[in-house]
Design a protein around this ligand. Structure first.
Ligand SMILES: O=C(CO)COP(=O)(O)O
Length: 120
């Protein structure tokens, strides 16, 4: 299955920590990771195999949203930073909307993502 991982700047360290906590599961379950550009760079540096798309502000969220709409992406882990403003907020909302339209599991914080990992 394909899982998208995205983290705003203030949440990137938490994303890497989260992935490390679930490393065994992510490596053993035939899971493919995709991500927005800068998140992917950090995640790759931490030793994970990930397909990087464009950076969020340049359209990365929109690319992932398209994969959700096409039925290619099966889960989205999106650690948003609710305390920061983002120029591409419309793209962020579109991604979350399409997850709801297509009933694709979406976690926007580590606690929820943790529950989704338990369900895998
Ligand atoms: O902005 C983002 C999500 O909206 C994340 O993009 P980056 O991973 O490129 O920082």
């Amino acid at each position: 299955m394909e899982i998208a991982i995205i983290a705003h700047d203030g949440k990137k360290a938490e994303m890497v920590q989260f992935l490390n906590q679930h490393k065994d599961l992510l490596l053993n379950k035939n899971i493919t990771l995709i991500s927005t550009g800068t998140t992917g760079k950090k995640v790759k540096k931490a030793g994970f195999d990930v397909t990087r798309l464009l950076s969020g502000p340049l359209g990365g969220d929109a690319q992932i949203a398209a994969r959700v709409a096409e039925g290619k992406c099966n889960m989205v882990l999106f650690f948003r930073d609710p305390l920061e403003k983002h120029p591409h907020e419309p793209d962020v909302l579109m991604l979350m909307r399409l997850c709801d339209v297509h009933d694709v599991p979406l976690a926007t914080n580590p606690a929820t993502a943790d529950l989704l990992m338990k369900a895998l």
